[in-house]
Design a protein around this ligand. Sequence first.
Ligand code: A2P
Length: 278
Amino acid sequence: MTVPSIALNTGATIPQVGAGTWPLNDADAADVVATAIEVGYRHIDTATRYGNEAGVGEGIRRSGIAREKLFVTTKLDGQFQGDDRAIGGLHAALGRLGTDYVDLLLIHWPLPQRDAYVSTWRTFEKLHAEGLARAIGVSNFTPAHLERLAAETSIVPAVNQIQISPAIVRLEQRAYDAAHGIVTQSWSPLGGPSGAGSLLASAVLVDIAERLGRTPAQVVLRWHVQNGLVVIPKSSDRTRLAQNLDVFSFELSADDLAAIATLSQGPDAGVDSDVDGH
Ligand code: A2P
């Protein structure tokens, strides 16, 4: 299965579909990552906060695939903000992953009340210059946070990973990212462990899926892909992992997209940026 890649502002590319790993523990992450790579994934998303980087590393080794053929992302959460704490944070993450570099390192949450994301970003710039993080980016950043980085630091984030699904559309963030050459990635693209069941059961998605001979999850992932988003669905099941990668041989029509737009819960839906969540 060929998965298209999207260009980052570093000149590197990122496969448009990756395997999400939250909330897997180490043992499950090792199984899921090895299976994901076997069925064709080349992009794996983890975070120190998930507590499964060692499992992700084990799954990568078990797959037998060469490291340079993979795109691996991790994220550093609040305990690694400020005072160059991200240096130790990334070295520890690399140790757990068993790799010399990550393809993408993200600030997991801006935590604006802490007011340390600008200095953390400067540390990320150093880690990028050393080659330990081939690209650096952010997660859960609003346009206001990105504006501050633009005013006070040198490197434009390669990626902003935010919560997006047909229910949580985040149009303002996506427009800002696009206007500044930042690739938007969707987390919980199917609605997350607690939301996927109801989202995927919605009549709009079921109808489109039946007409196209696809599943509602494939319709949702195709919606992300057709919107130019990079998407990291999580599944622990081999069949669903394969299904979630197979979204490049059909298209949603303008009418389908209009019907899916009715699922939006409005511009302010979704988590805010002050949590230090998963
Ligand atoms: P499972 O791991 O049992 O497949 P998200 O990626 O938005 O965080 O959503 C993850 C949730 O969606 C998990 O509960 C996962 O369950 C479920 N899921 C993943 N892929 C599919 C699919 N193709 N069809 C139905 N549910 C799916």
